[in-house]
Design a protein around this ligand. Structure first.
Ligand code: SF4
Length: 369
């Protein structure tokens, strides 16, 4: 390890220990560091200094996708179809409710995570009806539904403002928003990978509005494609700024880009290396000093790497995830129906205390070692 690298990490450590906020330059130096173990140790130290302990969280959740019909055509997406393409589907609200009720008998999930394509062939009433019917059928289940991009799409369908859309969805039973649609905020990246998607300002406007209405949300970054280290750090700091303003983010979820079945696969791209996944977890933990939880999304990184990530600043492995289609369309090969016992075993094997939580991080059950 170079002397300069050692001193960079030591300088960051001093700041962390002095509870001093890290800067853009610090973030960049961390991204450029190859001393992975030191990064992990530093992130875990920061997590503990900021109140974290040995608890690692998961939620029992069901993934639903209401439609895979989408007008946007993001280049990284293997999930979307046009209405006439093979495999295109748009489920009715009743079909979604029926499916969820069947799954609930099997797994007893406490959260539904639902996102989908931006179909031009449905109206805003379709979304409201889905939420209302799910809420009516399962009033105790938390409905974490629709990315900021989908909310923006609904403003076009309805003529309502973002606030108007969110108010109607909340009245129907919406509990929180997932963090998708953020991708990487830098204009350059957006133009390259998601030219049809709305400007990132709308992502922030949607989340800021949700927070003002008391609707908590999540935040993400889809990394590992064309973005630079500078653009990653810029993305994280923009999230930190909004969290300073509103405090409405529950957790940050780094999402590694999966190239399979996308145009990038034909260009020979492969999955992000595990070292990059761990670095992203560590650096995001260190920069997002005001976001309580960083998730190691096992469905993308696999359980063994998620276990390592728990020592790199992550304290959440997401959930039991009954079915997941979006990342599996893009080649994620993890089992999608992880039983609670399996997650508990994996967390305990990593030396941590497994805690089942609800969406808002209230403890449901704890497994002491
Ligand atoms: S990522 Fe979302 S918005 Fe983009 S094409 Fe896929 S489904 Fe559509």
């Amino acid at each position: 390890m170079a002397v300069t690298e050692l001193s960079t990490l030591e300088a960051v450590r001093e700041k962390v220990e002095a509870n001093e906020r890290l800067t853009f330059e610090d973030g960049l130096a961390l991204m450029e560091s190859d001393d992975l173990l030191a990064l992990g140790e530093l992130a875990d130290t920061a997590r503990r200094l900021w109140g974290g302990d040995d608890r690692v969280y998961f939620v029992q959740n069901l993934y639903l996708n209401q439609t895979n019909v989408c007008r946007v055509k993001c280049k990284f997406c293997a999930f979307a179809r046009t209405e006439k393409q093979d495999g295109a589907y748009t489920h009715t609200p009743d079909e979604l409710v029926e499916d969820a009720l069947r799954q609930r008998e099997l797994t007893g999930f406490t959260e539904i995570h639902m996102v989908g394509g931006e179909s031009p062939h449905v109206g805003f009433d379709y979304y409201v009806e889905i939420v209302a019917k799910l809420h009516e059928a399962m009033p105790d289940v938390h409905l974490k539904c629709f990315t900021a991009s989908e909310i923006h799409h609904m403003t076009k369908l309805s003529g309502l403002t973002h606030e108007g859309v969110l108010r109607e969805l909340r009245a129907a039973g919406l509990g929180s928003l997932p963090g998708g649609g953020a991708e990487v905020f830098a204009d350059r990246v957006r133009r390259l990978v998601a030219p049809g998607k709305e400007h990132p300002d709308f992502w922030f406007h949607t989340h800021r509005t949700a927070h003002a209405l008391g609707i908590p949300t999540h935040c993400t970054m889809l990394y590992g494609h064309v973005e630079t280290y500078e653009e990653r750090v810029d993305h994280l700091l923009r999230l930190r700024d909004l969290q300073d303003e509103t405090g409405g983010f529950l957790a940050f979820i780094p999402l590694a880009f999966h190239p399979e079945n996308t145009v990038f696969e034909r260009r020979g791209w492969t999955f992000t290396p595990g070292s990059d996944d761990l670095k992203l977890i560590a650096v995001s933990r260190l920069l997002l000093d005001n976001v309580a939880h960083v998730k190691a999304y096992w469905i993308m990184m696999g359980l063994p790497l998620a276990q390592v990530a728990l020592h790199f600043g992550a304290d959440d492995v997401q959930g039991t995830v009954v079915r997941e289609e979006i990342f599996h369309a893009a080649g994620a090969e993890t089992e999608t129906e992880q039983k609670i016992e399996e997650l508990v075993r994996v967390i305990q094997a990593a030396g941590r205390i497994a805690v089942q939580r609800d969406t808002l991080y209230n403890e449901v059950r704890r497994w002491e070692p």
